[in-house]
Write a protein that binds this ligand. Structure first.
Ligand SMILES: Cc1cc2nc3c(=O)[nH]c(=O)nc-3n(C[C@H](O)[C@H](O)[C@H](O)COP(=O)(O)OP(=O)(O)OC[C@H]3O[C@@H](n4cnc5c(N)ncnc54)[C@H](O)[C@@H]3O)c2cc1C
Length: 387
């Protein structure tokens, strides 16, 4: 029995029921086909939009619900993992990209971009990583030069989620070569001449999620598609980091919980040496240890969510949550797969996918090593200032 969670009201639980029904009816039946084709149907975004699940935070004038309480998003992400498909990146669309438009966009930009995003007609992605710049984003080479009322973009990005189905990408590009952190954020739209996508990259997990290279060859981006100040992109990116890490933590601890739940069922049914494998001390102790670890981290994540609701979550605490939850997810899915035996290696058992999907959690949205750097610096152990 999992530890009771204290942060939700009856309204959140009602909303959880709505989400569960939506993911069970509109997502789960298609998930296997999506994994085979390597991307989710665009239709899923439209249906999520019609259900009011996209950009819930957006103002009513743009079609949103104006909900600031992050717990509703948390509930939705949890249900998407439990009953839907992890590769359907509603989070990326709604919470990792659209908020830049909401926070930095002009009235004209918000009126142009937000309503179709709320309806799920426009799908968003974010393009920061380059072949030569991942953790070290300051090394990015994609350039933007101002020519009258257009910026001209040249360069390439890689590993970009929603790379095939995405319509609008928030692209980070260097605008001032003299400044290490002089970058701008550009909204690059499907169909702009010179903007091309590479193939859908083959991955070991997250099979329903399309991940691609993007190429920019003399792409003329109107100045009306620049978000905020064209040299302040780095500062803007760091403003959203706490939430990005928290979203990761919410998802990873949920995946660990799902893995644990289905393993508990499995070990009660599967028999060896005349007994259910759940009767062996090793199985009982492993599941007991994992139960305690998941409860502890879920409590920490819920506390971080409440801090975020009160605008008090720091990027450093969010880094702790992201680090611990991604590491926990990796351990739990590995041990739960082990308890499944050979069945765990078969794709028809969900634990196999939870295991392969989990591997990316320690790498993207800032790797575990980068999270440790951030935490160490926050306690005064900054290698850049120590000799
Ligand atoms: C499935 C998937 C989806 C992705 N989606 C997106 C997306 O939508 N948009 C986007 O922009 N990017 C995306 N990425 C890219 C992702 O954010 C990067 O892969 C990640 O930031 C790591 O960068 P890198 O791959 O260049 O690894 P590197 O930065 O080269 O790191 C390699 C190793 O070195 C370690 N390392 C690096 N610096 C340090 C340091 N200072 N101290 C100690 N160790 C260090 C890293 O932790 C890692 O273990 C995605 C990646 C994947 C695989």
């Amino acid at each position: 029995m999992a530890l009771p969670r204290l942060i939700f009201t009856p309204e959140h639980e009602l909303f959880r029921d709505t989400c569960r029904r939506f993911f069970q009816a509109e997502v789960a039946p298609h998930a296997e086909r999506w994994r085979e084709q390597g991307y989710c149907d665009r239709e899923a975004f439209r249906k999520a939009g019609a259900e009011g699940l996209l950009l819930m935070w957006a103002d009513e004038q743009y079609g949103g619900a104006g909900i600031e309480d992050f717990r509703y998003e948390q509930v939705m992400f949890e249900e998407c993992i439990r009953h839907g498909e992890l590769g359907l990146f509603l989070t990326l669309h709604s919470r990792l990209v659209a908020p830049y438009i909401g926070a930095l966009g002009t009235a004209e930009q918000k009126a142009r971009f937000l309503p179709p995003c709320v309806r799920g007609e426009t799908i968003l992605g974010i393009a920061m990583t380059e072949p030569g710049a991942g953790s070290d984003l300051a090394g990015m080479q994609t350039r933007a030069e101002l020519h009258g009322d257009h910026w001209v973009l040249n360069g390439s990005k890689t590993y970009i989620s929603n790379g095939q189905i995405g319509d609008v990408f928030l692209v980070a590009a260097r605008t001032d070569p003299a400044q290490k952190y002089g970058i701008g954020l550009f909204l690059v739209e499907r169909g702009m001449p010179g903007f091309e996508r590479g193939r859908n990259l083959k991955k070991i997990g997250l099979k329903a999620q399309d991940t691609s290279e993007l190429f920019f060859r003399d792409v003329r981006v109107p100045v009306t598609n620049v978000l905020g100040e064209p040299t302040q992109g780095f500062r803007y990116l760091t403003q959203f980091l706490a939430e990005e890490r928290l979203i990761g933590a919410v998802q990873y601890v949920t995946s660990a919980q799902v893995a644990w739940d289905l393993t508990l069922e499995f070990v009660k049914e599967r028999r060896a040496f005349g007994r259910p494998i759940g009767a062996f001390q090793n199985t009982r102790f492993k599941l007991a240890e994992m139960r305690a670890q998941i409860d502890a981290l879920q409590t920490f994540v819920d506390q971080c969510v409440m801090l975020h609701v009160e605008h008090r979550l720091t990027p450093e605490i969010a880094a702790e949550a992201k680090l611990l939850c991604s590491e926990l997810e990796g351990r739990v899915t590995d041990e739960c797969l082990q308890l499944h035996g050979g069945a765990g290696y078969m794709e028809e058992y969900r634990i196999s996918r939870l295991y392969t999907d989990a591997r990316i959690s320690r790498i993207y949205a800032g790797s575990s090593e980068i999270m440790k750097e951030i935490i160490a610096r926050s306690v005064g152990l900054d290698d850049r200032r120590m000799s």
